[in-house]
Design a protein around this ligand. Sequence first.
Ligand code: NAG
Ligand code: NAG
Ligand code: NAG
Length: 342
Amino acid sequence: MLVFDQKILCSFMFLLTGVVGQMVQYGFVSTCAVRGSTVTLPCSFTPLASFTEDGKEIPLKIVRVRWCVNHLICQTTTPSVYDSNSSNNNPRYQYLGDMKSNCTLQVRDVQMIDNATFRFRMEADNVKGHFTKRGDGIDVRVVETTKMSIKSSSSNSTFRRGQTVSLQCTSGDCTVHQLEMTWIKDGRALSETSPALLLGPLTLEDSGNYSCVLKTDNETRSDPFRLQVEADNKSYLPLILGGVFGVLLVVITLILVIIIKRKRAAMSRNDGGGVMEQKPADSIYTSIQPPAAVQPGTQRMETSQETEDVSYAAVQFSANKHIRKLEETANSTVYASVVTKG
Ligand SMILES: *[C@@H]1O[C@H](CO)[C@@H](O)[C@H](O)[C@H]1NC(C)=O
Ligand SMILES: *[C@@H]1O[C@H](CO)[C@@H](O)[C@H](O)[C@H]1NC(C)=O
Ligand SMILES: *[C@@H]1O[C@H](CO)[C@@H](O)[C@H](O)[C@H]1NC(C)=O
């Protein structure tokens, strides 16, 4: 909001100063820098091309550029952090600009003393061309190097495949947008060096522990951020397993019920002594009808034994069929769900 307002103000000022022709524009109003880091202060300027004196137009040329801190005008006696006329500027302050339009300053190895407002001043070969934009400047807020921390664009740490997530490396309330970072994933450095790490579309391989650290200070290394990408079918697996298990349970119960029923039927038949009372549908049973000549006692025993064997065999057979059928059903269920997933 502040930046936006500032921009509007800048444009307005430009309209006003455009008449005169002098202008300084800073890339932003304020920035935050971690001690020991490098910060670049973007700046552009438009010098006055000429002035009129005694009816003559005299061209102007910028001969000196300066940056000072905490001073509204940066005039003659004000100490500068950078002065193009000086031969012993502190090498921490690098002027990346020129004498025509670019006044960008880079501050390396930021110190607490840089917690200040920076302003640019241009000086021409005539005093009429000297200019400092009053008021405006770049506020640099310096914070101690502390442990970095990772902010995720999402509140959860578990993600599905195909999603995207951005991890932001921050230091307290200072978003270090100009810093050189090293991103580390599971102990290995990544190629990304900006404070924001954009991941996505996520694959399973993106899972891991991420941390970030300032290139200049290993002690700033953040706690690991654990990112987990889940396989899509993972949540379905328990369902499928549960389904198969349930089907098996039903099959086993069915088998038991059939066995018990058969046994009971056989027992009740034997008790009544009527071998001929059996169901006509049971062809296996009918085929082993006992010979009439055998003594009643023996016959009963044998029949009982055979009945048990036969019913057991019959049950086994039908149960196998059941299992196979149900397994097929289960398989086709799994298959169907896999297909629908894909
Ligand atoms: C000014 O110079 C810096 C450093 O060379 C460069 O990054 C920046 O883009 C320049 N700005 C403009 C407006 O040309
Ligand atoms: C940095 O400057 C701001 C004002 O611009 C001030 O509030 C803050 O206390 C200063 N921080 C340090 C560490 O001097
Ligand atoms: C990530 O860290 C957790 C502990 O915080 C550990 O259990 C896990 O194995 C680590 N993962 C990798 C891939 O190193």
